[in-house]
Write a protein that binds this ligand. Structure first.
Ligand SMILES: [Zn+2]
Length: 433
């Protein structure tokens, strides 16, 4: 008993010490912001629950818009001008944008998305508590939690009258998990918003208090198609028949592996291969079938793959090497390679690092520990990548949890208050820079 009491007192004085030493770095106004965030935390979790319980699988256009309208109403209440941008043109629901205008400080773009990977026919539909801090929630972590953090950080600033004369654009896309094509239409409004901003903050799932994303790899697709000379297999390798399509495609892949592989952050993966006398390939479904015989030299072959890169330069270099390899054909074969852009890279720029420093200081001042750059090799692509060439970016500012994109997805509700505080102070400092 006595021991427990001593420990308690020690912990208490330690906590007080932390509070004093870190608290000193926060201004009076900042402390008021924190109080406001705390006061709204229960409400924010209720809001999250409400948003999660509306199915918004990317292709459930009505559901995505419904979630959008829940957020729209909340932004209307804190003085933002809101608009729903219909995306029927690209067979997607639409985007919610909310904006306030002014001239003070940095102009911010905050990015979230309304859709999830769980469509209407998924068995995973409901927000349920696992224990008193963790909720099992479809899209709760990726990324309705992040959407709520954005809203409640801004609400705290609005409630304290701190959003006067600043420009903040909030963009919630409705198709992040499967973006409408072409990108030039589905991401037009996001890119235009970025062109009017200085800084973009992304609220995709956080990888812990001590990490933020300053770089994300981009992704693209590639496809190699090979033609050979169909003949009796007895003639393979001779002057008139040559190597056949399958040997040629094997050569190409082997040289990709030997010659293109190796640079940091550059990866490429052949995901599907077909070859023989003939094949059929249903690209949209990523499946196909092939016919061929061991006594017939193969006439045709195809491989479909993906490529991830940290900069446009790295992407172009890799493509150039691949093109050279593809052009160097074995006898009586020909090959061609094609590329398709998906996500651009968000490179680790100096501007992004400066932004990370600001967040790091906020986090230290809040007693949440320092924040370091997360390894870009371990994160997928996201909407923030589309604006990275126009503004300084930071991502991974959303909620914590586990199992995103799986029926086991959880969101940690205990961390929402602290993450919202961190966001509110970060925004406050940026709009006063
Ligand atoms: Zn996401």
């Amino acid at each position: 008993m006595k021991n427990t009491l001593t420990i308690r007192i020690t912990i208490l004085s330690f906590l007080l010490l932390i509070n004093v030493s870190f608290g000193q770095k926060l201004t009076k106004t900042e402390k008021k912001i924190l109080k406001e965030v705390t006061a709204n935390t229960t409400e924010s979790i209720e809001f999250l629950k409400k948003a999660v319980n509306i199915n918004s699988g990317t292709m459930n256009h009505t559901g995505v818009k419904k979630v959008g309208m829940v957020f729209k109403e909340a932004y209307d209440q804190i003085g933002f001008k809101t608009s729903w941008i219909d995306m029927a043109e690209v067979n997607r629901s639409g985007h919610l944008f909310a904006e306030i205008n002014g001239n003070k400080g940095k102009k911010l773009l905050l990015i979230g998305h309304l859709d999830t990977v769980f469509e209407e026919d998924s068995p995973f539909q409901e927000f349920t508590m696992i224990n008193d801090s963790i909720a099992h929630a479809p899209g709760g972590n990726d990324m309705k939690g992040g959407n709520v953090i954005m809203l409640y950080a801004l609400k705290a600033l609005f409630d304290k009258g701190l959003l006067n004369d600043v420009q903040i654009i909030v963009a919630y896309t409705g198709d992040e998990e499967s973006s409408g094509k072409p990108i030039s239409i589905s991401r037009k409004d996001l890119v235009e918003a970025a062109k009017r901003s200085d800084i973009a903050l992304g609220f995709e799932t956080s990888t812990g208090f001590n990490n933020a994303t300053v770089a994300r790899r981009g992704s693209s697709g590639w496809k190699v198609q090979v033609t050979g000379k169909r003949a009796h297999s007895a003639g393979i390798f001779n002057k008139n028949v040559g190597a056949g399509a399958i040997f040629e495609l094997s050569r190409i892949l082997n040289e990709f592996y030997k010659e293109v592989r190796g640079e940091e952050y550059l990866t490429f993966n052949p995901g599907l291969i077909l070859g023989g006398t003939q094949f059929s390939f249903e690209e949209a479904l990523s499946k196909g079938s092939a016919f061929g015989k061991s006594n017939v030299v193969s006439q045709t072959a195809i491989v479909d793959g993906g490529l991830r890169f940290i900069s446009e330069e790295q992407k172009e270099n890799a493509r150039e090497k691949m093109r050279t390899i593809v052009a160097n054909n074995l006898p009586h074969t020909s090959a061609k390679i094609s590329f398709i852009d998906s996500y651009p890279a968000m490179g680790p720029t100096e501007g992004n690092s400066k932004l990370l420093k600001v967040l790091n200081q906020v986090s230290l001042d809040l007693g949440q520990g320092g924040v370091k750059a997360y390894d870009p090799g371990r994160r997928g692509a996201a909407d923030v990548s589309f604006v990275a060439e126009y503004v300084d970016c930071l991502d991974g500012l959303g909620t914590m949890g586990s199992g995103a994109h799986t029926p086991k997805e959880t969101v940690n509700l205990n961390t929402i208050e602290d993450l919202t505080k961190r966001t509110a102070i970060l925004i406050y400092r940026l709009i006063n820079q």
